[in-house]
Ligand binder design. Structure first.
Ligand SMILES: NC(=O)c1ccc[n+]([C@@H]2O[C@H](COP(=O)([O-])OP(=O)(O)OC[C@H]3O[C@@H](n4cnc5c(N)ncnc54)[C@H](OP(=O)(O)O)[C@@H]3O)[C@@H](O)[C@H]2O)c1
Length: 245
């Protein structure tokens, strides 16, 4: 699937978890569609390569190594991103942690491991939305996208820590949407479905990658739904089932 009909000219976008997998595909496609993209992840070299790929294709991209789970990094991310590309129009909360693998039953899950998953998957997005959402509300424009999972609604054994973080993220998305609706900020949650990425391999190493969606195909769908004004704020969309309304 390609995005020849979708464009984001001059849009300032911040994508977390953009060094590989779905986040990288989203950043690459946003860059190709005219957005000015800031890419965040922890591992600097992998992230730099992702940004260089976008630049080599004529897009604007900036690598910003940071850890969304670290409270101290959040205002640094928001400040640097605004300095690089201006006020953020599109904030994509994609970075995510499974917690320890092999995945564990709840009875074997340490509270500290649950805390770390929540720090990355829930508190990081909450803090970053607080740091950037105010500017969106003042300007009465902007979109915040939370990348969720089917694990937020289905109770899969051994996916406890990750699942509760994504269930909370979905509801956080709905509440942000309710509170920012009148301020012109659109807030969405998307379940990308199963994709052939490192996270999937870490969780389910025996899965056949040929049965999984390519992150680039899912990213293309997500850009289309972002570009479709009929997808209402507060929606939770399953990307692989979504087609233009
Ligand atoms: N793959 C699937 O089948 C699937 C299914 C449902 C939902 N999802 C969701 O889709 C999203 C993308 O997943 P993916 O499969 O593309 O994962 P992935 O390939 O493992 O990529 C994860 C990205 O997040 C970054 N990251 C992780 N922790 C971070 C932190 N604390 N701070 C900053 N960046 C961090 C990673 O880079 P560093 O490690 O260098 O930081 C990497 O760029 C996630 O929200 C995931 O929950 C995936």
């Amino acid at each position: 699937m390609t995005n020849e009909f979708v464009s984001f000219p001059g849009v300032s976008a911040l994508v977390t978890g953009a060094s590989r997998g779905l986040g990288r595909a989203l950043a690459e496609q946003l860059g190709a569609a005219g957005a000015r993209v800031v890419l965040v992840a922890r591992a600097g070299q992998e992230l730099e390569r992702a940004a260089q790929t976008i630049q080599a294709r004529g897009g604007e991209a900036h690598a910003l190594p940071a850890d969304v789970a670290r409270k101290e990094d959040i205002y640094a991310i928001a400040g640097a991103a605004a300095a690089l590309v201006g006020p953020i129009d599109l904030l994509v909360h994609n970075a995510s942690s499974l917690g320890p693998t092999p995945l564990r039953l709840l009875l074997d899950t340490d509270c500290e491991d649950l805390q770390k998953v929540l720090d990355t998957n829930l508190l990081g997005p909450f803090r970053l939305s607080k740091a950037i959402g105010g500017s969106m509300a003042l300007r009465k424009t902007g979109t915040i996208l939370h990348v969720s999972s089917d694990a937020s609604v289905s109770a899969y054994e051994r996916w406890g820590a990750y699942s509760v973080s994504k269930a909370a993220l979905d509801h956080l998305s709905r509440i942000w949407a309710a509170e920012l609706r009148e301020r012109g900020v659109r807030v969405l949650s998307v379940d990308p479905g199963e994709m052939a990425t490192r996270m999937h391999e870490d969780a389910l190493p025996d899965a056949d990658p040929s049965t999984l969606a390519a992150p680039s195909d899912v990213a293309a769908r997500i850009l289309r739904l972002l570009a479709d004004p009929r997808v209402e704020t507060g929606s939770r969309v399953e990307a692989q089932k979504w087609s233009a309304l």
